[in-house]
Design a protein around this ligand. Structure first.
Ligand code: F6R
Length: 254
């Protein structure tokens, strides 16, 4: 089931379930990669994108997509976890996607959360994105509190890549990815909302009932830092894809 309507100026697609969303998001990524001369992809970690990445791996194995020409930037990384830590986003991206496709290792970028000078690292990351020509397609999940990247409620829409303090609810939501006894870091480096809004196109993905209140706030509530994802409504090229559960509280335009 696909219903295309527009609760905001963002293009909106309602799909039946997680797998239907994954199939569609993977198709958007494939299309971008195969039709763009110098693709620069902005990736997100997390549960939302696992089925998308599984689909992309299947597509790659079937010869339908190559990542070899692309430059890759992830949204965020925890502060204080080494690159090989099992819960680091670098590890998560390797195991969920990069180890299974032909992405060039030298073109895979995540903020280094264990850099000695984190402010310098944030500035380096911003410069790297600029040098690559900016992000062409940015993928975003949404936090239960409306965060995008790790820009928690209250984050400025002009924010750049920087160190942030994670909300208690975000740390709780992500706890399952950490080995027993390993605390969830209190801080992360994230692209800012200003950085994200400079992407030429953006795909926001929401699946599951837990995301329904945040998605409704993002698309139907005020455009305000109280809901960071609402910032996307000022961007000219945003697509929002949701399954029925995540869309349950949306006021959909007819
Ligand atoms: C991940 C990220 C976060 C997640 C969000 C949803 O790189 O920046 O904003 O997209 O927390 O996470 P999941 O998909 O695990 O529900």
């Amino acid at each position: 089931m696909t219903q295309t309507s527009s609760p905001t100026q963002a293009a909106f697609e309602l799909l039946a379930d997680t797998e239907a969303v994954a199939t569609r998001v993977a198709a958007i990524i494939r299309h971008y990669l195969t039709r763009t001369a110098d693709p620069v992809l902005g990736w997100a970690t997390g549960e939302t994108f696992r089925p998308v990445y599984r689909q992309l791996i299947r597509d790659h194995r079937a010869g339908a997509v190559s990542f070899a020409q692309a430059v890759h930037f992830n949204l965020d990384e925890y502060v204080g976890l080494g690159p090989d830590h099992p819960a680091a986003f670098r590890t998560a991206m390797r195991t969920a996607l990069f180890d299974h496709v032909d992405a060039a290792p030298e073109h895979i970028h995540l903020p280094n959360g264990s850099a000695p000078d984190l402010d310098e690292e944030a500035a380096r990351y911003e410069a790297l994105i600029k040098r690559a020509g900016g992000i062409g397609l940015q993928l975003l999940g949404i936090g239960r509190n409306g965060h995008i990247g790790f820009n928690e409620p209250g984050s400025s829409f002009e924010g750049r890549t920087r160190v942030v303090r994670l909300a208690a609810s975000t740390r709780e939501a992500n706890r399952a990815a950490f080995p027993p006894g390993c605390p969830v870091p209190e801080r992360a480096i994230t692209m800012g909302i200003g950085t994200i809004l400079e992407a030429r196109s953006i795909v926001l993905v929401a699946t599951g009932a837990a995301k329904a209140p945040a998605l409704a706030a993002a698309l139907n509530g005020p455009v305000s830092p109280a809901c960071p994802a609402s910032a996307l409504r000022v961007h000219p090229a945003v697509r929002v894809l949701a399954d029925r559960e995540a869309a349950a509280r949306l006021a959909l335009a007819a």
